[in-house]
Design a protein around this ligand. Structure first.
Ligand SMILES: [Zn+2]
Length: 439
C-alpha cells in the first residue's frame, strides 16, 4: 500500500485554474500523487495509518520550479569580473577540472539549499551528469539535467556525452530524473552543432536547455559570426520549439520575441543573475504581452549568489517596476504563478499546482513568522503580497517531492547536511588545485 500523507488546517494556495486559496484546507497525498484538496468536510481520506502534518499557521503551496539552474561549486570566487572574463578565467576552468565525485557533492550542496527554500524541481545544466543524477536520486529532488555542450575546441561536453547521460539517467528515480540536451551558448557553438543538437533532441524525444540573448556581448558576437541576432540564429537552426527552455532572453528584439512566440519556446527569466552580472533587464512585460510562457530561475550560485527562489520572485517584480517606473507591473499572484505553474508547464511536468491527480510536490511555509505579520485573516491578496515581497526561503518548513518528505520542520530526512557542506568545501578546494586558467 502506498504511503499516505494528510496535510490539514492549512492555508492552501492551490495555484489551480481559478486560483483558489482554501483557508483551513486539507491536502491528501497517496504515493506520488495528490488525491484530494479541499475543506475538511469534502475530504474522504482516513487519517488512520497516514502521516498527518498539522499546517495550522502554515501556507501550503505547490513546490517551486527553478527553471534555469546550474549546480554550483565555486560561489563567490572571482565574481567581481564581467561575465565574459569570468567565464573564461573561472567558470569554464572550474567545470573543466570537475570530476563526477566533486559534481556529486556540489549537486547535493546545491540541491539542499534549494529544498530548504521550497524548490522541488531544478532544471540543471552542468557537467558530470552521473554525479548529478546520483545526488538527485539520493536527496529526492525532481531534476531535469543537461550537459554543457559546446564546439569541441572549448573542451566542455559533446552531444555524445549528453546522449550517454540520457541513456544512463533519463527516467530514473521513478521518473524524477530526466535528461535534456544542453547548449552552453551561441558564442561557443557553430550552426552545425545547433542543428545536430535539435536532431538529437528529436531522436531522443527530449527537450533542449540553452542560454540565449544573455548579454550584449553575446548579441555582438552573434552579429559578427553569423550576421544576425542570437534568437534568429537559434530559430534558423531549429533550436526554438516548445520543448526548448531558453534562459535569460535579456536582449530580445521585437522580431526575436515574435520568433519565440511562433515556436512556443519557453523562457526562464533570471532577474537577480542578470542584475548581478550587469547584463540588463529582460523585456518581460513585452514577452508576457506576446503570450510567451515565462518561468523563473536563479541561474547559479556563482552569479546570484543565493538559490532562494523567493528572492528571485521579488527581483522579478521590483526590477521591472523600477526600470519602467510602473508599480502595476508584475503583481504578486502572477509572480508566484511564474515560480510554480509556468515553470512546471515549461518542462511539461504534472506539478506546479495543488489539484487532485497532480504529482505530490508540496511545501509548507510558516505564517506565524515576522515576515507574514500582520496577516489579515482569509485575505488572498495580503498573503500573496507577503509571499513575493516579504518572505524569503527561511520561512519554508517542509518540502515534499513525489510524495516523499525530504525536509520536515527544517530538518533533512534524506541527507546529513553537515557532511554535505563539508564535502562540498573539500570538492571546491580540490577543483581549484587542478584547474588550469588560460593565459
Ligand atoms: Zn545559466
Amino acid at each position: 500500500m502506498s504511503e499516505r500523507i494528510i496535510i490539514k488546517n492549512g492555508t492552501v494556495v492551490t495555484m489551480n485554474d481559478v486560483d483558489d486559496v482554501i483557508f483551513g484546507g486539507t491536502v491528501v497525498i497517496e504515493g506520488d500523487r495528490i488525491t484530494e484538496v479541499g475543506l475538511p468536510g469534502d475530504i474522504t481520506a482516513d487519517e488512520g495509518g497516514a502521516t498527518v502534518i498539522d499546517a495550522a499557521d502554515k501556507a501550503v503551496l505547490p513546490g517551486l520550479v527553478d527553471l534555469h539552474y546550474h549546480t554550483a561549486i565555486g560561489k563567490g570566487w572571482s565574481d567581481h569580473l564581467p561575465l565574459w572574463e569570468y567565464l573564461e578565467t573561472c567558470w569554464y576552468p572550474i567545470i573543466r577540472a570537475l570530476n563526477p565525485e566533486e559534481a556529486y557533492w556540489a549537486a547535493l550542496s546545491s540541491y539542499s539549499e534549494s529544498i530548504k527554500c521550497g524548490v522541488t524541481t531544478v532544471n540543471d545544466m552542468y557537467r558530470r551528469l552521473d554525479g548529478l543524477a546520483k545526488a538527485a536520486e539520493e536527496i529526492g529532488i525532481r531534476a531535469v539535467l543537461s550537459n554543457d555542450v559546446a564546439d569541441a575546441e572549448h573542451d566542455l561536453d559533446t552531444l555524445e556525452d549528453n546522449k550517454t547521460a540520457y541513456e544512463q539517467s533519463h527516467g530514473t528515480a521513478d521518473g524524477r530524473i530526466e535528461v535534456y540536451i544542453g547548449i552552453e551558448w551561441l558564442p561557443l557553438a557553430s550552426e552545425g552543432l545547433l542543428k545536430e543538437a535539435r536532431a538529437l533532441a528529436d531522436d531522443l524525444k527530449t527537450g533542449i536547455h540553452i542560454h540565449l540573448n544573455e548579454s550584449l556581448t553575446e548579441v555582438e558576437n552573434s552579429k559578427e559570426r553569423f550576421g544576425r541576432r542570437p534568437t534568429e540564429v537559434a530559430y534558423d537552426c531549429g533550436i526554438l520549439f516548445d520543448r526548448c527552455i531558453a534562459a535569460h532572453c535579456v536582449w530580445l528584439s521585437d522580431t526575436e520575441i515574435a520568433l519565440m512566440r511562433e515556436t512556443g519556446t519557453q523562457v526562464s527569466h533570471n532577474p537577480s543573475s542578470n542584475a548581478k552580472l550587469g547584463n540588463g533587464i529582460a523585456r518581460v512585460p513585452e514577452m508576457l504581452a506576446a503570450g510567451l510562457n515565462v518561468g523563473l530561475g536563479h541561474d547559479a550560485a556563482e552569479c546570484n549568489n543565493s538559490r532562494d527562489l523567493f528572492e528571485v520572485m521579488k527581483f522579478a517584480s521590483l526590477m521591472h517596476r523600477a526600470s519602467r517606473v510602473d508599480p502595476s507591473l508584475q503583481q504578486a499572484p502572477d509572480v508566484v504563478r511564474m515560480a510554480t505553474r509556468n515553470g512546471s508547464a515549461a518542462l511539461r511536468h504534472e506539478t506546479g499546482e495543488l489539484t487532485a491527480g497532480k504529482k505530490a510536490d508540496v511545501i509548507t511555509i510558516d505564517l506565524g513568522n515576522q515576515m507574514f505579520t500582520p496577516l489579515f485573516p482569509e485575505s488572498k491578496a495580503h498573503l500573496y503580497s507577503h509571499l513575493v515581497f516579504a518572505a524569503n526561503g527561511s520561512a519554508v518548513n517542509t518540502t515534499i517531492v513525489d510524495g516523499k518528505i525530504l525536509y520536515r520542520d527544517r530538518e533533512f530526512t534524506t541527507i546529513d547536511e553537515g557532511k554535505v557542506l563539508s564535502e562540498a568545501n573539500v570538492a571546491f578546494r580540490h577543483v581549484l588545485d587542478r584547474m588550469v586558467v588560460p593565459t
